[in-house]
Design a protein around this ligand. Sequence first.
Ligand code: KIV
Ligand code: ZN
Length: 507
Amino acid sequence: MRVRIFDTTLRDGEQTPGVALSPEKKLEIAKKLDELGVDAIEAGFPVISEGEQQAIRLITKANLSAEICGLARTTKKDIDAAIDCGLNYIHTFIATSDIHLQYKLKMTRDEALSKAIEAVEYGKSHGLQVEFSAEDATRSDREFLKHVFSEVAKAGADRIDIPDTVGYSTPQYIAEITKDAIAASHLPISVHCHNDFGLAVANAISGIQAGAQCAHVTINGIGERAGNASLEELVMALQCLPFGHGQKWETGINTKLLYATSKFVSNLVGIKVQPNKAIVGENAFGHESGIHTHGILNNPLTYEPISPELVGRTRWLQVGKHAGVHGVSAMLEEYGVKASETQLKLILDKVKAIGDQGKQVTEVELLSIANELLSEHPIKRIVQLTGFSVSTGIGTMPYAFVKLNIDGTDYIGTDYGVGPVDAALNAIQKITGEIAKVRVKEYKLDSISGGADALCEVTIKVDDAYGNVASAKSIGEDIVTTSVQAVIEGINRIMFKKTLKQKKIGN
Ligand code: KIV
Ligand code: ZN
């Protein structure tokens, strides 16, 4: 069965504390969602601001394939604002739980029901497609909820949505009220699950198993408090998990774009994805432990339920204290380094000793450990930092001087930047851009301990004009020096990869 994906990243997702998007950014995200293949985009809540209306107008005019919807309370003012933005599809809502009625709306159940009916009738009389949500449905009186669903259906609603507003439902309960909603309304049902207890995706799946045809989701699961059901997780679970009983689902999502879309949204909204998040977290396809790496190298299915390529990703291996000979050997082989069993054992001992100090071993470090131990296979650091200074202050433009030795020749680079890190990176790239066509593609700075003397961690990704990509990490006390070290490491790795490829071609 085909499940409809209603994406609310631009409405519920934007309600994430600290997130506010300009109309242009909202349009950019809407285009990405459309490319991804969502069926509907909730573009915003028109009545809240001029900027929100501008964003929705831009999106409605963008000729996207997805249906574009706007949120409206059950008032004429809200529905008119939606119409003014060029929308022909609204998602109108009113709370039905006693707790919301008493403390927020100060209304009786009957008053709320009348407002719901009036709003649906008003929307339909203006030719709109109307999806009705009973806010806080899962904490509402079950008989009253059925009555509301049946009455709004009679009033002409096109779709019913069941919001689990505070993530209070269990999978069993949302299944039961989904069946109630179908019986009471005979309309297509959506489920809108929040993640306060970490059950949003499980609840959405349970609603779908009970007959809901649509799920409201957000990219990376962003949204109020603990967020909404995450689009990536729901889509992949529906597509890949063995539900049994002949249950099989598909969506219109191009799963290969999931990771890129997640990154795009994360960068634009400024909310990082937790590393251990399913499907799109950095660690979702990374392997460190020796046992796992060994299994993966024999057959990836041993420790990967799906292939990373299916969601637009690649697997990565890392060595640390859990490493085993197979992982170390595979990582070295990527760089053309073949070590004997005894040599591998020696390398592994060193890696584990570093791991026991609480550190991870990057590929460059692994290569230099191997370099020390395998004298017959010297691995040379092609780029050496031989001189470096920066100047910054108020009223003066940050400036950097960098001296590099590349394969025996000295090069000097100088440049300005918006800050000292930018100036240093610009100066390095001036040299390496010309010599090796390497540029810094991504730069990430994290503080890993508190206080003014905190350690910082810099992660960078570099690419070159020949399609090579490499990443590197450096930890230190000084942000500028640590950034420079990370970039030099990345450049060394990419140049090493390039040299190796050239050697292989030459052979
Ligand atoms: O979670 C919720 O209840 C909502 C409503 C606006 C439907 O987002
Ligand atoms: Zn919500």
